[in-house]
Design a protein. Structure first.
Length: 248
């Protein structure tokens, strides 16, 4: 059983079974065998039952009398659930999943940046500066860079002061984690700090158009770096394609 630091047996069971389902180990409609899971995971019947209950609440499972518990089709999954997003990105994310995440970022982050430029407070700017400082201090520490990058983008959405938009943070975080894990994990990537600095400066100046333009540059760079690493190329040797007009 995969060990998840800081999680009990129940949490570990949810993690392991959730990952298996999301990566397609069990086809839709297949019947779940709780006894098999008890043996494979080395946990009690109670732990498995509670784990299956949580996964059912996420739309992964369905229980019916006389039929038992079955795997639900992907169309029924709660795809915006933070755990599902993390599970999809933590194994071997498909090109389709990566494209979906990139498209959502291209829709959400420019809107967030525009609102942030109009609504940011002193504390919002302080949070963005702190995250940017952490990015600069991370150097070649991939894990530290990922966490600092996430903190910056969370602060940006929070600065928009729109509760519904802030809820999209879970999707943005999933997209950033997957992209950063691939790019920063390769330990060779373009320096994104200058573009983040441009974005912070635009938000601080209260310039919505400049903020949107900076996000566009940031997303284009992110896409360029990911494509280069996946192709086994040096990101600095590949020209950055401009972001499609509708994303600016």
């Amino acid at each position: 059983m995969v060990t998840q630091p800081g999680r009990g047996l129940y949490g570990q069971a949810v993690e392991e079974l959730g990952r298996r389902i999301v990566r397609g180990d069990y086809p839709p409609g297949s019947v779940v065998d709780p006894v098999r899971f008890e043996t494979e995971l080395g946990v009690s019947k109670t732990v498995v039952r509670e784990a299956l209950r949580v996964l059912a609440a996420k739309g992964l499972l369905e229980s019916r009398q006389k039929r038992g518990t079955t795997i639900r089709p992907r169309a029924d999954w709660n795809l915006l659930d933070s755990d599902l997003l993390r599970w999809q990105g933590s194994s071997a994310p498909t090109d389709g999943f990566l494209e979906d995440l990139a498209e959502v970022r291209a829709l959400v982050e420019p809107a967030g940046a525009r609102l942030a430029a109009a609504r940011r407070t002193a504390s919002d700017l302080a949070a963005m500066r702190q995250a940017l400082d952490a990015m600069a201090a991370a150097g070649t520490d991939a894990d530290a860079m990922v966490e600092a990058d996430l903190a910056f983008h969370r602060a940006l959405l929070d600065a928009a002061h729109n509760e519904l938009l802030s809820r999209m943070e879970v999707v943005i975080e999933a997209g950033l984690r997957v992209r950063d894990r691939i790019v920063h994990g390769a330990r060779h990537f373009s320096d994104s700090i200058p573009v983040h600095q441009e974005l912070l400066a635009a938000v601080e100046a209260g310039d919505p158009d400049a903020a949107v333009a900076a996000v566009g540059s940031l997303l284009a760079q992110a896409s360029h770096d990911l494509a280069a690493v996946q192709a086994g190329e040096d990101p600095d040797d590949v020209a950055t394609d401009p972001l499609p007009e509708e994303a600016h």
